[in-house]
Write a protein that binds this ligand. Structure first.
Ligand code: GLV
Length: 307
């Protein structure tokens, strides 16, 4: 089996003849501007640019593609016919859940306001229009829109905070979904970006929320219609938003989201941890060993992906 891997020391270690290696697999490594020639059985995609990714997906002979991301929309359009696609939600689920919870706790305690006041050397920070007073998550209704790996982790993390957690899945009837959204103090977007989910949070969705609810987006920027989000933030319909992803992304200079006092922005780093690359290599090793032993590895993406 010949496999193409990112050119990083953690992935080079997979060729070693020790406990890090995977015997019986030939590896070649790619980086931006350098693609190994010839056929390969599989490619592990990660941390590369769109042009390199597209070229890798055109490698002759590919039987499978493993993307070490949770999202797959960047791969699907160029997937060779007949190649199986696998993703790696489990690599990211804990950190993304921790990130969402951290944002919710920070916002509940007004840390964004106090940090802004600190920059101005002001001791106190008045509540923002539409912002609630300092709270905890005790008794809060949290609706997780998308209830896969990350949702289950977040639900577990929220339990000791006394929040009431409800999950929306793609099978949840629309009426039931809207009822849940109307009761939410927090709506957390954990959806993949698909033709069905793009723009799913729009003016009508935001109007249907409880006034002052907060939105957390750790899914994809294009789930939300940004102009509608800005209107809801400015009118006080939304108490605030925690955004790890935006549309456009990255935000260009002068974009109105930069200056929203009730928005906490992070640059698409919800799943980042210092050991992420090592964990990605480890997951790749387990994946290859499963394949070699004739087991179905975790993470196969099937047609009509849901949440
Ligand atoms: C990150 O956004 C991912 O899809 O892994």
């Amino acid at each position: 089996m010949r496999v193409l891997l990112p050119d990083l020391p953690e992935f080079r270690a997979l060729s070693q003849h020790d406990e890090h290696g995977v015997p019986g697999v030939t590896f070649d490594h790619y980086r931006r501007g350098h693609l190994p020639d010839g056929e390969a059985d599989g490619v592990v995609l990660w941390l590369t640019d769109a042009a390199t990714r597209t070229a890798l997906l055109a490698t002759p002979g590919l039987k499978w593609v493993l993307t070490l991301t949770a999202g797959i929309e960047h791969v699907q359009a160029h997937l060779p016919p007949g190649a199986a696609l696998f993703n790696a939600s489990r690599l990211h689920d804990r950190a993304v859940a921790v990130h969402a919870l951290s944002g919710m706790l920070a916002a509940s305690r007004g840390l964004h306001r106090f940090r802004d006041a600190q920059r101005r050397h002001h001791w106190d920070a008045p509540a923002l229009p539409g912002d609630s007073a300092l709270t905890t998550l005790d008794g809060a209704t949290v609706v997780l829109w998308g209830h896969g790996h990350i949702g289950r982790n977040l639900e577990e993390l929220l339990a000791p905070h006394g929040a009431h957690v409800r999950g929306i899945r793609s099978t949840t009837p629309e009426g039931e979904r809207d009822e849940m959204l109307a009761q939410a103090d927090w709506v957390v977007l954990l959806l993949p970006s698909t033709p069905d989910t793009r723009g799913i949070v729009n003016a009508a969705t935001l109007r249907g929320l409880k006034r002052g609810a907060w939105l957390v987006n750790v899914g994809r920027g294009n789930l939300v219609v940004t102009d509608d989000l800005l209107n809801a933030l400015n009118s006080g319909q939304l108490g605030g938003a925690i955004l790890d992803v935006t549309d456009p992304e990255p935000l260009p200079d002068g974009h109105p989201l930069w200056d929203q006092p009730n928005v906490i922005l992070t640059p698409h780093i919800a799943s980042t941890t210092t050991d992420l690359v090592a964990r990605g290599a480890h997951l790749t090793r387990d994946f290859l060993i499963d394949l070699q032993q004739g087991h179905e590895p975790d993470g196969r993406v099937t047609a009509g992906r849901t949440y």
